[in-house]
Write a protein that binds this ligand. Structure first.
Ligand code: ADP
Ligand code: MG
Length: 256
């Protein structure tokens, strides 16, 4: 039975997509069957694999709106063992459309139930908001990973996020445990990164898990999407690539 994970944080630019794509590619590299679900109308995860979002006939939107079976919308990527349910701008109207139907929070969960057995891991990339798409991702997920950018104001939005997670648990009777927090965009040359890490520890009173694998700010991670490749294909020896592989190993270790 596959495990469904959402990479979530309503703050934009904290490394959600980079984490979804590179954690997925690293797990696939470690011989796991992985599906990336791109739930962002901006489709950054889709283009990160060199897939032309303007050229797609079927997307996650086609599956959600019932035009095609979800299995028909899944395509392979340039990484062996790694598949994607791609997105494009057509997904942008989905919040409004879903809002009109009853039990709209269950749509993604039902969709992924059909493919859950085919993969070891399903990783959902979520847009930076706490709207219907994010609620769907939370309800569909077994667990969430929260990337936190190593900067001063990062913890401000975390309380809102935790409240949303609790609200979904209470109102929709759908608990989504936090697998862990990942520190991203860490700059070892500044004290700030270490401070944020320590703040994070204090903030959660050591109750929540913080991944020991920290993701450095690394130019190769930022460049890779423009070459249509996850970092492990673009520059396997880069610090960025190695840090996500380490994260994937730590993740698998926790999962044992
Ligand atoms: P989000 O999905 O949370 O909005 P992204 O993953 O798209 O965030 O990252 C925002 C920007 O920062 C992108 O341009 C991305 O390439 C870059 N980026 C993300 N993580 C790193 C990193 N560890 N090192 C360097 N650049 C990064
Ligand atoms: Mg993103």
């Amino acid at each position: 039975m596959g495990e469904i994970l959402a990479i979530i944080n309503q703050k934009g630019g904290c490394g959600k997509t980079t984490t979804a794509v590179n954690l997925a590619a690293s797990l696939a590299h470690l011989n796991k069957g992985v599906l990336v679900v791109d739930m962002d109308p901006q489709a950054n995860a889709t283009t990160s694999f060199g897939i032309d979002k303007l050229d797609l006939e079927t997307t996650i939107y086609s599956a959600i709106s019932g035009q095609v079976n979800v299995k028909k919308a899944i395509i392979s990527t340039n990484v062996p063992n790694l598949f994607i349910l791609p997105s494009n701008i057509s997904l942008s109207g989905i919040e409004v459309e879903l809002g009109k139907i009853p039990n709209h929070h269950l749509v993604l969960k039902k969709l992924l139930e059909e493919v859950k057995d085919i993969f070891d891991y399903i990783i959902i990339d979520v847009p930076p908001s706490l709207g219907i798409i994010t609620i769907n991702a939370l309800v569909a997920s077994d667990e969430v990973i929260i990337p936190i950018q190593a900067e001063y104001y990062s913890l401000e939005g975390v309380a809102d996020l935790m409240n949303t997670i609790k609200l979904v648990e209470k109102r929709l009777n759908s608990p989504t445990p936090i697998k862990g927090f990942v520190l991203t965009l860490y700059d070892s040359r500044t004290l700030l990164g270490r401070e944020v890490y320590n703040e994070l520890k204090k903030y959660f009173h050591k109750k929540e898990y913080i991944f020991k694998s920290i993701i450095p700010r690394n130019i190769r991670l930022a460049e890779a999407p423009s070459f249509g490749k996850p970092c492990i294909l673009y520059d396997q020896d880069s610090r960025g690539s190695k840090s996500y592989l380490k994260l994937a190993k730590e993740f698998l270790e926790l999962d044992k």
